[in-house]
Design a protein around this ligand. Structure first.
Ligand SMILES: *Cc1c(COP(=O)(O)O)cnc(C)c1O
Length: 425
C-alpha cells in the first residue's frame, strides 16, 4: 500500500468519501486520490515522494504556479501582524481599488469563496430588480448554493428540478435552465416569464462541463436579451476572471456584465471570492442598502495579501497572458496530433490556458455533447497521465489549468506522454 492509500483509508473513516470536496475522491476515474504534500512552480509532490507536472494548479487559483516567491513573502509578512481582525484594514482598500480597475467595475465586496460570491450576487440581483427568477445554463457550475444546484429539466418552460438531495423543490422552481450556446433558449424563457427574471447567470467560458467556449455572438446575444427584458447579466468569472486576460472574459470577449463574480485566482491560493458591479447596484448592499450580506472573515488580511500580490503581478505583466496562450496552443496542438496519430477520436477544447480533452469524434459545443463522450476512455487517459507523472483533473467535466510557471519543455513532456498513452486507450 502506498502512503496515499493508507491515508485515504483513514480519511474515509472521518471525512465523507475521505475528502472535503467530492471530485478529489477520484471516483470517476477508478483510482484513489494522491495526497499532496508540497508544490513549487509547476510541480507537486505527493506523500509517497512522486513528483508530478501539475495541470490542476488548485483548480485555477495558482496562475503563477505554486509557492510563488512574492506571494509567499506577502503572506508570511501579513501573518506576522495577526491573522484576522474583523475590522477594516488598509490592504482591503488597495485590493478593492485594483479589482475595480482590472474588472472595469465601480464597487466590489469581498467574500470567502466562489459559492458565496455567486449566492450574494444572486441575492443582490433579486433585491435590485424586485424579481425572483434566475436563468442559468445546464452544465454550468456556480458553486453549491441551493438555487444553483439545478440542471436542465425536461420542459424548457417549467422550473428546474434540484440536482442534490436537500434542495427543496420550491427553491429550485425559481431557477430556470437554458441551453449553453443557444440564445434562443434564453429568449424563450424570458418571454414565458416576462417581468419575473432577475438575472441570467453564465460562465462566459463554460469550464465545469469540461471547457466549452462561447460561440461567436452568444455572449453578445445574452447582453441584448438582458437589456430587452430588464434582467441583469451576471458573468460568473470564478475561473475566467484574471485568467483569460487581466480584465477577464469581459475584456477578452468585449461584452460587459452588470455583475461579476470572482473566486479562485482572486485569492492567490487563499479562500477569497468577490462580487462587483456598478455603484448604483452595489449601493443596494448592506450597510448602504437593503440587501443583507456579511462575513466574519471577509477581507481577511492574510488572504488579501496573497490575492493582491498575485493580481498586481498579473496587472503589471501582460506578457503572462501571451505566454499562457502560447503554452496552451502548444499543448492543444500536440495533444490533437497525438490522438490523431493513434486514431483515437478526441477533441481538445481550449480558451487561453484552460483546456479539456473530450473522447468523441464530434465537436463539443454544449452539455449534451460533453455528456455523450467516452468517459471510460477518459478514465484510462487519466490513469495513464498519473503513471507518466502528470497530475490532471480526475473528471472529464473539469479543465486542465496552465500556469506561468509551466515551461515549453514540460508541455513537450506532456505531449510525449500523451503519444505513449494514446496507444493504450
Ligand atoms: C469553482 C467555481 C465556483 C465555486 O467556487 P468555490 O470557491 O469552489 O465555492 C463557482 N463558479 C465557477 C464558475 C467555478 O468554477
Amino acid at each position: 500500500m502506498t502512503k496515499s492509500e493508507t491515508l485515504f483509508t483513514a480519511a474515509q473513516q472521518v471525512l465523507p468519501g475521505g475528502v472535503n470536496s467530492p471530485v478529489r475522491a477520484c471516483r470517476a476515474v477508478g483510482t484513489y486520490p494522491r495526497f499532496l504534500q508540497a508544490g513549487k512552480g509547476s510541480r507537486v509532490t505527493d506523500v509517497d515522494g512522486h513528483d508530478y507536472i501539475d495541470l490542476i494548479c488548485s483548480w485555477g487559483p495558482l496562475i503563477l504556479g505554486h509557492a510563488h516567491p512574492a506571494v509567499e513573502e506577502a503572506v508570511v509578512e501579513a501573518a506576522k501582524n495577526g491573522l484576522s481582525f474583523g475590522a477594516p484594514t488598509e490592504i482591503e482598500v488597495e485590493m478593492a481599488q485594483l479589482v475595480c480597475r482590472m474588472s472595469g467595475m465601480e464597487m466590489v465586496r469581498m467574500v470567502n469563496s466562489g459559492t458565496e460570491a455567486v449566492m450574494s450576487a444572486l441575492r443582490l440581483a433579486r433585491g435590485a430588480t424586485g424579481r425572483s427568477k434566475i436563468i442559468k445554463f445546464a452544465g454550468c457550475y456556480h458553486g453549491h448554493s441551493d438555487s444553483m444546484l439545478v440542471k436542465a429539466g425536461s420542459g424548457a418552460l417549467t422550473g428546474g428540478a434540484p440536482d442534490s438531495a436537500g434542495v427543496p423543490q420550491e427553491m429550485a422552481a425559481d431557477t430556470l435552465t437554458a441551453t449553453y450556446n443557444d440564445a434562443a433558449s434564453v429568449r424563450t424563457l424570458l418571454e414565458a416569464n416576462h417581468g419575473q427574471v432577475a438575472a441570467v447567470i453564465v460562465e462566459p467560458v463554460a469550464a465545469n462541463m469540461g471547457v466549452v467556449p462561447p460561440q461567436p455572438g452568444f455572449l453578445e446575444a445574452l447582453r441584448g436579451l438582458c437589456d430587452a427584458f430588464g434582467a441583469l447579466l451576471i458573468f460568473d468569472e470564478v475561473i475566467t476572471g484574471f485568467r483569460l486576460a487581466a480584465g477577464g472574459a469581459q475584456s477578452y470577449y468585449g461584452v460587459r456584465a452588470d455583475l461579476v463574480t470572482y473566486g479562485k485566482i482572486i485569492g492567490g491560493g487563499m479562500p477569497v471570492g468577490a462580487y462587483a458591479g456598478s455603484r448604483k447596484l452595489m449601493e443596494q448592499v448592506a450597510p448602504l442598502g437593503p440587501v443583507y450580506q456579511a462575513g466574519t472573515l471577509s477581507g481577511n488580511p492574510v488572504a488579501m495579501a496573497a490575492g493582491l500580490t498575485q493580481l498586481r503581478i498579473l496587472d503589471q505583466n501582460p506578457d503572462v497572458y501571451t505566454k499562457l496562450e502560447r503554452l496552451g496552443q502548444r499543448l492543444q496542438t500536440g495533444l490533437e496530433d497525438a490522438f490523431l496519430s493513434a486514431r483515437i477520436p478526441a477533441r481538445v477544447n481550449r480558451v487561453g490556458s484552460v483546456l479539456t480533452v473530450f473522447f468523441t469524434g464530434k465537436p463539443v459545443t454544449g452539455y449534451d455533447q460533453a455528456r455523450s463522450c467516452d468517459l471510460q476512455r477518459f478514465a484510462r487517459w487519466y490513469r495513464g497521465l498519473l503513471d507518466h507523472g502528470i497530475y490532471a483533473a480526475p473528471s472529464q467535466f473539469e479543465a486542465m489549468f496552465l500556469s506561468a510557471a509551466h515551461t515549453a519543455e514540460e508541455i513537450d513532456q506532456i505531449i510525449a506522454a500523451a503519444r505513449e498513452i494514446a496507444k493504450t486507450l
